[in-house]
Design a protein around this ligand. Structure first.
Ligand SMILES: *Cc1c(COP(=O)(O)O)cnc(C)c1O
Length: 432
């Protein structure tokens, strides 16, 4: 399988280069040149297959020319070590719980796959790979935990001082080993800018093998298609159409759902649900695509003003805006609406986190306007990960899952970075 750049379809690279580079040299996103379509006969067998068995089929179809059968099995087994249950919330409304992994957010799927694949691809190289990531919370914890102890890879995480929840911070500052956390005296955008400058600095890149592990990397993006196949196979078969609603920030998650659809999964409708960072819903409802600076909300992992995976949505529909707008409906919600939904759904016995609540709102709005659907919203994080907001909104005390509580006991270790690229460059240049 080859990958092309969304900025230049003639620029093509193999899997290893796409994964190690992350972003194409022309700043485009890598996309598979061909999308394999699974047969209906195979899809019809998915309800009887396990999550991993489904994973072998889907990843096998995508990567069989680049990886051996053994490698594909190893990758899928390493990624799918926890379940993604489909839980009924209301009649025809289901929650796809993606928070049963080690850091309690869906990013564990992509981070685990990415770390394993990167370690396979660098095995033969004698150079150490350095993964640089900027995080506003969940990416740092998922990437750090995915890469912890992986040979030949060192992870450097930049995060904005005081802008990350205590729990999120603990999940990437207490690990040690091959994980280093750099505390930046600024906001998330400053961290992101420093990382971007590092990738563009010729001197640094001559000396170090630098790569990224955010959702633009195909190794993080592609494995997210697996839980769409799995969830679809677990829905009751009563002849209704199927909608998936995805609470979205950078739009990597929903783009992976569309990849599953292009691979033959008969999803009838996508719903892109956001908080007031509503660039894409506005676009889907007829406005021009207009990036903005991000606004802080209670669903903070979706506070993105310039969604980086947007070109993938268009590319997956052959750059046909009309087809994209038919397949994906956009909705956005305020914090008050999000809180009201959390309270209402709690009454029927289900606890939403603020991100899942945005997905639930989008799904139920779509279903109110369109009859004959059953729908799934993606519950992207455990409510305990946003404990303060959830406890305040619902007026209750949450029990923290054991693996989350364990992080709270570790000791925080960070390097202070000030703000600006020169400090980061100085730090990286001194690395052995
Ligand atoms: C990252 C994140 C999102 C947004 O996912 P995208 O792929 O960036 O659209 C939603 N919810 C949670 C909890 C997240 O951590």
């Amino acid at each position: 399988m080859k990958f092309y750049s969304t900025n230049n379809p003639a620029h093509r690279v193999g899997l290893a280069e796409a994964v190690i580079k992350g972003l194409a040299p022309d700043q485009g996103l890598y996309m598979p040149t061909e999308i394999p379509v699974l047969s209906k006969g195979l899809l019809d067998r998915f309800p009887e297959m396990t999550f991993r068995e489904i994973g072998y089929e889907a990843i096998g179809a995508l990567f069989s020319t680049a990886l051996s059968q053994d490698q594909i099995k190893e990758l899928v087994d390493h990624t799918l070590t926890f379940d993604a249950p489909v839980v009924k919330v209301e009649e025809d409304v289901y929650s796809l719980e993606l928070f049963h992994g080690p850091t309690l957010a869906f990013k564990d799927f992509g981070a685990r796959f990415c770390s394993k694949l990167m370690s396979m691809l660098v095995e033969k190289s004698d150079r150490k790979v350095r993964v640089l990531v900027a995080t506003s919370g969940d990416t740092g914890s998922a990437v750090a935990n995915g890469f912890l102890g992986v040979d030949g890879v060192e992870v450097i995480i930049l995060f904005p001082k005081g802008k990350v929840s205590e729990l999120q911070e603990k999940q990437f500052t207490t690990l040690g080993q091959n994980i280093t956390a750099l505390e930046v005296d600024g906001v998330f955008d400053d961290c992101q800018k420093m990382v971007k400058e590092a990738f563009l600095d010729a001197e640094l890149n001559k000396k170090l093998l630098l790569t990224s592990a955010n959702s633009i990397n195909v190794a993080r993006w592609i494995p997210q298609c697996l839980y769409y196949f799995y969830a679809f196979s677990r829905l009751p078969q009563h002849g209704k159409k199927v909608a998936f609603a995805v609470p979205s920030g950078n739009f990597g998650n929903i783009a992976a759902g569309i990849l599953a659809q292009r691979m033959g999964l008969p999803i009838d409708q996508f719903v892109a649900a956001t908080n007031v960072n509503k660039v894409v819903p506005d676009y889907l409802n007829g406005a021009d695509f207009q990036a903005m600076s991000s606004i802080a909300t209670i669903s903070n992992s979706m506070d993105v003003g310039n969604p980086s995976n947007f070109p993938r949505l268009l590319a997956l529909y052959g750059n046909d805006e009309k087809v994209l707008k038919e397949n994906v409906k956009g909705y956005f919600y305020s914090d008050e609406q999000t809180e009201t939904a959390m309270q209402a759904v709690k009454k029927s016995g289900y606890t939403l986190d603020p991100h899942g609540a945005v997905g639930y709102l989008g799904l139920t709005a779509f279903m109110a306007e369109n009859a004959g659907y059953q729908g799934v919203f993606l519950e992207t994080a455990h409510p305990g990960k946003f404990r303060e907001t959830v406890e305040k909104t619902l007026g209750l005390k949450l029990e923290l899952p054991e693996r989350l509580a364990a992080f709270m006991e570790g000791e925080k270790k960070v390097e202070c970075m000030g703000n600006g690229f020169e400090g980061l460059k100085g730090y990286l240049e001194k690395l052995p």
